[in-house]
Write a protein that binds this ligand. Structure first.
Ligand code: KG4
Ligand code: ZN
Length: 340
């Protein structure tokens, strides 16, 4: 792996933008350790993420997570050359915990600080561990908060092709999961049930699939599922999950492949929590193979929120000589490109 030589510089990256408290240690672009303390069980009782509960739990979990990451990497904190953290987008009170910790460590140990955009972390995660680094491609980011289609030219050079006009893909999975009475978060539970269901049983709408732009819309699909609720008890849940999932995946695959065609890209990089979805992975694999496109999807541990992806972006920027000012703020609405 590139950047993994013993002389390469080390960094620790912190991710606390939503409900996962995460720390990762890298040497160059080699991952030495990645630790995630999930708060999912805590938020499940509320049916979603409660911001104040999330920030309090970050405060509690962050120090042990950092210690575990350093132990796993076999490094003490004074051997770390730079400190990085997600600065947005996300929940303000959650972002502040990780960013303040990274800045505090940077100040006290007199080392550089680097802030990282969470979406960029997801976007570039499929390239992590690939010796060829970030390559020209079409990037699809599908998470709980974002659904974006971008043209990737190189590190920091992205062109927005399209994005969701309403719900993010993961949000649609979670809302439909909730409608169907599944535990939070809906995505993995819909995926699990769909594995035993018939994806053709219900013909849900594929909104905007054939529109000439690269935008998405998932709220109509969610409404179609809601119309079936009065009859829910008589309907097979696995078939509902499989049919809903098929509609989301069909749109994502069709638009991404069209974007590759229009931009003449040979590589597709799919990222974000929804890229864990087994049907999405299967359909992207089959479609890319058919068209002779190279598909990059990170392993599931790098798809959902983690600090390794934040560390990867930080490592690339650190190697380029970039640093972030210590008075830089967090930004809950941080954008990746000016129009998203
Ligand atoms: O990237 P991520 O961890 O957090 C955000 O930045 O939002 O994505 C979380 C989202 C949630 O909506 C979750 O339901 C969804 O990813 N997700 C899945 C699967 N695993 C996670 N959606 C569908 N199928 C899955 N297997
Ligand atoms: Zn995320």
């Amino acid at each position: 792996m590139s950047g993994g030589s013993p002389s390469a510089r080390t960094l620790i990256a912190l991710e606390t933008s939503c409900d996962e408290t995460a720390a990762a240690v890298l040497r160059g672009t080699e991952l030495l350790a990645s630790e995630v303390a999930s708060q999912v069980a805590i938020h499940r009782q509320f049916g979603g993420v409660v911001p104040e509960v999330a920030s309090r739990n970050h405060l509690r979990a962050l120090k042990p997570v950092i210690s575990r990451a350093l132990d796993a990497a076999g490094l003490s904190i004074d051997r770390i050359d730079a400190f990085a953290a997600t600065s947005g987008p996300g929940l303000a009170s959650s972002l502040m915990i990780g960013a303040s910790a990274a800045k505090g460590l940077a100040v006290s140990l007199r080392k550089p600080y680097l802030s990282v955009n969470h979406i960029e972390g997801h976007l570039l995660s499929p390239f992590f561990g690939d010796a060829r680094g970030v390559r020209p491609s079409v990037g699809l980011v599908v998470s709980g908060g974002h659904t974006l289609l971008l043209e990737i030219e190189a590190l920091g050079k992205y062109r927005l092709l399209g994005q969701t006009q309403d719900d993010a893909a993961g949000e649609a999975f979670d809302k439909v999961g909730k409608l169907l009475g599944l535990p939070y978060p809906g995505g993995p539970n819909v995926d699990r049930l769909a594995a035993q269901g018939d994806p053709k049983r219900f013909d849900f709408p594929r909104s905007m699939m054939d529109s000439s732009d690269f935008h998405f819309s998932f709220s109509g699909l969610k409404t179609s599922v809601r119309y079936l609720l009065p009859k829910l008890e008589t309907l097979p849940l696995p078939d509902l999950c499989a049919s809903f999932q098929e509609a989301v995946v069909d749109v994502l695959v069709a638009k991404t492949l069209r974007a590759a065609r229009v931009t003449r890209s040979k590589v597709i990089a799919v990222s974000g929590g929804v890229s864990c979805n087994s049907r999405l992975r299967e359909k992207f694999r089959a479609a890319c193979e058919k068209r002779g496109l190279e598909l990059l999807i990170a392993p599931p541990s790098l798809c959902t929120d983690n600090a390794a992806m934040i560390g990867y972006v930080a490592a690339l920027r650190f190697a380029n000589g970039e640093r972030s000012p210590l008075d830089s703020d967090i930004d809950p609405n941080l954008r990746l490109v000016s129009t998203n």
